[in-house]
Ligand binder design. Structure first.
Ligand code: 5RP
Length: 231
């Protein structure tokens, strides 16, 4: 089975968790894209849901699929968010933001009673950190913020290169919120809570891709079948 087929499998299972009348959060990325496409098919068959997209890309896809959209101002509490992840561990701690949407993804996940991660088996790790940690920062003061991020990470036991993410044209990648992303190649993050706490103290850091205590469940598809964690 290809990676795309595995992602679709996980998305199919997640779509079966959606019931009429639900208020949904729609994730971002190639796995979430499968979910939005499958959800669109269910909506066209008569399923009645409203959804908050976590990026402009997902908004465009959901609109094209005919999914009714809302905002967290109109609908501040959601029933279920389904989103991908760059990594997840057995305690449902995540690294997200590979697609650059971590800020809206985290706001939407925090507003949801349930957040179910969909992923192929390659995303499951014993210790977070193989995937560089995305850290969203304000463009003003980038050089100083970068130094402060490195120092904060070091206090939490993490060292490694901090690269400014680039767009395909070589310019800095700009998020939907108008910010930049530093990718921290820290390697093993032994204490994600300590790192999250340290990063939160740095002025200029808007948020980071450690999602701790947000995911309530996961559907992970591999050649061996579907593994479900949490609820
Ligand atoms: C975007 C994300 C994505 O969910 C994450 O990067 C996984 O993407 P994909 O499903 O394409 O592997 O956090 O900000």
């Amino acid at each position: 089975m290809t990676g795309e087929e595995l992602k679709r499998r996980a998305a199919e299972r997640a779509v079966s968790l959606v019931a009429d009348g639900m208020r949904l959060g729609l994730g971002t990325g190639s796995t979430a894209r499968h979910f939005v496409a499958l959800l669109g098919a269910r909506v066209r068959e008569g399923l009645d849901v409203v959804a908050v997209p976590t990026s402009e890309a997902t908004r465009a896809q959901a609109e094209a699929e005919g999914i009714r959209l809302t905002t967290l101002d109109e609908t501040p509490e959601l029933d279920l968010t389904v989103d991908g992840a760059d990594e997840l561990d057995d305690r449902l701690r995540l690294i997200k933001g590979g697609g650059g949407a971590l800020l809206r993804e985290k706001i939407v996940a925090a507003a949801s009673r349930r957040m179910v991660v969909i992923a192929d088996g390659s995303k499951r790790v014993a210790v977070l950190g193989r995937f560089p940690l995305p850290i969203e920062v304000v463009p003003f003061g980038l050089g100083a913020t970068r130094r402060a991020v490195a120092a904060a990470a070091e206090r939490a036991g993490c060292r490694g290169a901090l690269s400014l993410r680039s767009a395909p044209d070589g310019a800095p990648f700009v998020t939907d919120g108008g910010h930049y992303i530093l990718d921290g190649a820290f390697g093993r993050i032994e204490d994600p809570e300590a790192l999250a706490g340290a990063l939160a103290t740095v002025p200029g850091v808007v948020d980071h891709g450690l999602f701790l205590g947000l995911a309530t469940g996961a559907v992970v598809a591999s050649e061996e079948g579907l593994a479900e964690l949490g609820r």
